[in-house]
Structures are given as structure tokens and as C-alpha cells.
Design a protein around this ligand. Structure first.
Ligand SMILES: [Zn+2]
Length: 178
């Protein structure tokens, strides 16, 4: 019996620098998030096998007043070396910035509580990430978000892929919601 390798290959767009990603993040923030006008959002790095971007408050700044807090979008250098389409990148940056909008509305205690719950409960994680994806779709970024998910899937082993498809909207779910 023949067996097929159905695992697709990762499609890489030309590499981008961290500075280019910062520029894209700032433009995305200005375009879609006037409410984040006064918030400081930096870009830093993190390493992971199955995760490429994440948004966090700067931990030290949680001790400060809300107005003095700052945030960071963390990027896996693997994404810079082999990025998704610009449309995909923009949609996933919107997803990350939606998290930051949430953080700006919460007290530091609530952020810490949220972080703990997120780590401990798969059910909570799924609910929160899918809600965040729906906010991206409210900005009509269906195609970009679907493209980002299509880009990420070939990086993953079957177990990671299953988890990713549970946690976030899949390309099929995204396109069917149009
Ligand atoms: Zn997220």
C-alpha cells in the first residue's frame, strides 16, 4: 500500500528584519488601534518550537500605575527568517494587539490572574484565543488570518497541530464565517 506524506511544506516569504517587523507593528497599531495611541509597545524575541508571536505586559511595569505600564509583542526569530505573507503578518499582529487592548483595560492583579488561568486551563485558553480571533475578523482580516494559520501548520508535528487547530480558528472556520 502506498503512503503519502501529506505534511505540506512551510511557505516562506523573503526574510524580514526585526526593525521591519517593528515598523509593521507600529503601522498596524496606528491603523487599527487608535485606542492604543498612548501605549508603548516594543518588540522583543522569544524561542519556541510551535509558537511564533505573543503579547505580554512588561512584567516590571505591572508594578507601576496603569498609565506607566508598557507592553511587548514577542517574536520568534524563525518567523523573521521565514515569514508568512504581509497580509498574514498584519492579521496576526492585530491578534496580538487585541490582547494588549485587553491588558490596558485590566488592573495588574487581573492580568496576573488571567495569566495563571490561561496557563492552567485549556478550556479558558481556547475560549480566550478564539474570542481574540473573532475580534480580528471583525476588522475584516479573514484572508490574512487564514493565511497565517496556513503558514503555521506545516511547522507543527501532529500533536502540536491538533492543539493549534483547537485553540485558534482554523482557515476553514475563518473562510466559512465570511
Ligand atoms: Zn493570542
Amino acid at each position: 500500500m502506498l503512503s503519502f506524506n501529506v505534511q505540506a511544506e512551510v511557505i516562506c516569504y523573503p526574510p524580514i528584519t526585526q526593525d521591519e517587523l517593528i515598523g509593521l507593528m507600529i503601522n498596524t497599531k496606528i491603523r487599527y488601534f487608535p485606542e492604543l495611541d498612548k501605549e508603548i509597545v516594543s518588540v522583543t524575541n522569544f524561542k519556541s518550537k510551535d509558537s511564533f508571536l505573543q503579547a505580554q505586559p512588561v512584567i516590571k511595569s505591572l508594578l507601576k500605575r496603569k498609565e506607566k505600564r508598557s507592553y511587548t509583542v514577542q517574536v520568534n526569530p524563525k518567523l523573521l527568517a521565514c515569514p508568512p505573507s504581509m497580509e498574514g503578518l498584519e492579521a496576526i499582529l492585530v491578534h496580538e494587539l487585541e490582547h494588549i487592548v485587553d491588558y490596558t483595560k485590566w488592573s495588574s492583579a487581573r492580568i496576573v490572574k488571567h495569566g495563571a488561568k490561561y496557563l492552567l486551563s485549556r478550556k479558558f485558553q481556547i475560549k480566550y484565543e478564539r474570542e481574540t480571533d473573532r475580534k480580528v475578523l471583525q476588522k475584516s482580516l479573514h484572508e490574512g488570518l487564514a493565511q497565517f494559520r496556513e503558514w503555521i501548520y506545516p511547522w507543527l508535528n501532529p500533536k502540536q497541530l491538533k492543539k493549534k487547530r483547537q485553540t485558534y480558528l482554523t482557515p476553514e472556520e475563518i473562510r466559512n464565517s465570511l
